[in-house]
Design a protein around this ligand. Structure first.
Ligand code: ADP
Ligand code: MG
Ligand code: MG
Ligand code: MG
Length: 392
């Protein structure tokens, strides 16, 4: 066997296999003191928490198949390579919001990263009914910084094209999104599973040709509009919180796509959490309102930071200052910004609707009322197919 041949880690072998790395010893001290537990609750990968005498580390390793399903669904190890590259870029674009990468081993498909000690997954926190001050702003700002700074509005053309080429290799994970989000809900695909109570809705979705055309139109946008590096899997299971701190993890689905995709997936997950509250406990009405306020502040935070960056960091090939500000036409650059933001919001509502539809199977929910939608988005926002999320 080649010395760097891929072998999955176990809690028992990890100290011996990684204990020789100085960067890990610096964090966690003598490997003989390391306590290791496997905590992966995700669908795809192994995740170990390593706690030593001087601190903790998280070690995430890809498996050559989908963890949740097993070896019958192979998935390439190189998703770890894309996660590593996405984490590095996100940390540069919104410093401190993602775990710091400590070490990357490509043949082992393994990333050692900062341990988010004391953090819990946001989805769990929303089920528990916890509030987190500033959550919407933090996530909106994260989206604005990563999406703006990964686009042709900001990056130099050569660097941007190199990144586009790099992330275009993340074929298999894109394929999961393209199939599971945009196509498989609308026919009897083998991986589908839903409560029989939802049968009438499922029948209705599959009979709705207009809806299927619309989902394929959104899929076209996802696949063809390579605007920026997306996180690609930005649901509430990819956010960790500790009090008012929010951190983003797990960008292995990173790909170039339309800005509204990340924003929409987050919005959809908050709406799902809103709908699900009555299933989690009594007296959740105030908390439901709080969740809607997070959606509002997420968008306000996105818009505010995107606007700041548009004015201060528009250094890419799109909408160059030479055409506008330098000719005394700052007003035109502002008009273009408003139009761009309008497109992101429309896309987000479209993508969000689809994520919510997909995520809806089997959830204990009550309908989102038109009134609460209006409170979240204002009377102007009337997403055409919002009814889908509302019926979940
Ligand atoms: P997957 O790609 O398999 O979904 P994730 O990156 O989402 O894996 O990690 C799975 C779980 O491991 C998370 O839900 C979280 O509980 C834990 N985890 C992942 N990264 C960290 C981290 N840096 N610090 C603390 N816990 C983490
Ligand atoms: Mg995950
Ligand atoms: Mg940092
Ligand atoms: Mg993942």
């Amino acid at each position: 066997m080649k010395p760097d041949a891929y072998v999955p880690l176990t809690a028992e072998t990890l100290p011996q296999r990684l204990g020789g790395l100085p960067v890990l010893r610096e964090r966690s001290g003598d490997p003989s003191t390391w306590r290791v537990r496997e905590v992966g609750d995700g669908n795809l990968n192994l995740v170990f928490i390593v706690e030593g005498e001087t601190g903790g580390i998280v070690v995430k390793q890809a498996l050559p198949y989908v963890r949740l399903v097993g070896e019958s669904w192979p998935l390439p190890l190189r998703r770890s390579f894309f996660e590593y590259h996405a984490l590095r870029r996100q940390d540069a674009r919104d410093p401190g919001r993602v775990p710091e990468v400590i070490h990357f081993d490509e043949p082992q498909a393994m990333i050692a990263m900062e341990y988010l000690d004391g953090h819990i997954i946001l989805r769990r926190s929303l089920i528990e009914g916890n509030r987190h001050e500033g959550l919407g702003e933090s996530l909106g700002t994260f989206c604005a910084r990563t999406l703006f700074r990964g686009s042709d509005l900001s990056m130099g053309a050569a660097e941007r094209k190199a990144d586009l080429a790099l992330f275009s290799g993340n074929v298999e994970l894109c394929d999961i999104t393209e199939a599971l989000v945009f196509t498989e809900p609308y026919f009897d695909a083998p991986l589908n599973r839903h409560s029989p109570a939802l049968d009438p809705i499922v029948r209705e979705l599959r009979a709705d040709a207009t809806l299927k055309i619309e989902s394929q139109r959104l899929k076209t946008a996802f696949a063809a509009r390579a605007e920026t590096m997306l996180h690609g899997d930005l649901h509430t299971g990819s956010v960790m919180v500790k009090g008012d701190l929010a951190r983003v993890i797990d960008p292995e689905f990173a790909t170039y796509g339309p800005m509204g995709f990340d924003v929409g997936m987050l919005v959809a997950n908050f709406l799902m959490a809103h709908c699900a509250q009555p299933g989690h406990g009594p007296d959740r009405a105030d908390y439901q309102e709080w969740i809607l306020s997070v959606v509002r502040t997420l968008w306000v935070g996105f818009e505010r930071e995107f606007t700041r960056l548009w004015r201060a960091e528009r250094t890419g090939m799109l909408f160059p200052r030479t055409l506008f500000e330098d000719q005394g036409q700052a007003w035109a650059a502002e008009a273009a910004r408003e139009r761009w933001l309008g497109q992101v919001w429309r896309d987000a509502l479209g993508f969000g609707d689809w994520s919510a539809t997909v995520a809806s199977s089997g959830w204990p929910t009550t309908p989102t009322s038109k009134a609460s939608r209006t409170r979240a988005f204002g009377p102007a926002a009337r997403p055409r197919r919002w009814c889908l999320a509302a019926r979940c």
